[in-house]
Design a protein around this ligand. Sequence first.
Ligand code: DAH
Length: 344
Amino acid sequence: MKEQLQQLQAEAIEKVEQATDTKELQDIRVAYLGKKGSLTGVLRGMGKLDKEERPIVGEIANQVREKITNALDGKLAVFEEEALNKKLAAEAIDVTLPGRPISVGGPHLLTTIIEEIEDLFIGMGFEVKEGPEVETDYYNFEALNLPKDHPARDMHDSFYITNELLLRTHTSPVQARTMQKYDGDKPVKMICPGKVYRRDSDDATHSHQFTQLEGLYVGKNVRMSDLKGTLDTFAKKMFGADRKIRLRPSFFPFTEPSVEMDISCKVCGGDGCSVCKKTGWIEILGAGMVHPRVLSMAGYDPEVYSGFAFGMGPDRIAMLKYGVKDIRDFYTNDVRFLKQFHHA
Ligand code: DAH
């Protein structure tokens, strides 16, 4: 019986060694160690043995079971490792492959310019305000000293929605709105960037929608020299410390006196060239001392308060600063154009 057991062990172990997959191992386990397996079969014959021999054969049988079990488990572990290695190899990622590029967007040039101007004026104590693009006739015109039949309204070709509502033609209405909120007895120092609309035919220098940036400073003893100093600081920071400014008399219904500001031409240094139309100067913005009627309509006493205001076009500033020849490039969204100004 001893030999029988040893032979059974040798046979089982050989089969385990030759097994090629886990299914075969499972079959061997059943065939030798299962309830109806060969080892169990041999052990059933133990009853016929002598009393003394039984424990000896029993022990051998246990050893045989243990050896076969170990062989099966060992081989199973080998198969499992092989399977795992195969899976790892199949799922391996080639970290040296170049990644697929993700195209990243960036701010529009006008946004960049507006933020730059905002930073400049915030540095001089101005707050940034906003106002509605659909505006009432009152704020867009009347509160700015442009009554219904005023000829200067002709300068603004407006998109009317109703008799009393229109798309704002400038950011100046935000002056009146802000002053009203300040109750007539507090200083106001604000800028307001935003979109404005005019019924113009689009060409290289006109767009029916463009941007403006309004500025207003109302307080006690605000003088023309404050306006000049503020605009000079702005021009030098925006266009370069070597730039000069000049104020020319002009007319706006909401300021008295009114001026237009030019900066010296960078291209020719003031000698005259095609960019500045041989004048040496480039027009940048309109400005002036807030008209007493505008102050009083907004609740400020013109005997106590005075102020200055200005309005500029970020589109024009961006065109000058970056040599953009056609204003429509800002609004037709050709990424090849816009991408040139992403420096992030
Ligand atoms: N609102 C004017 C325009 O659209 C620009 C402007 C000129 C604004 C003079 C001002 C100013 O505040 O004082 O043409």
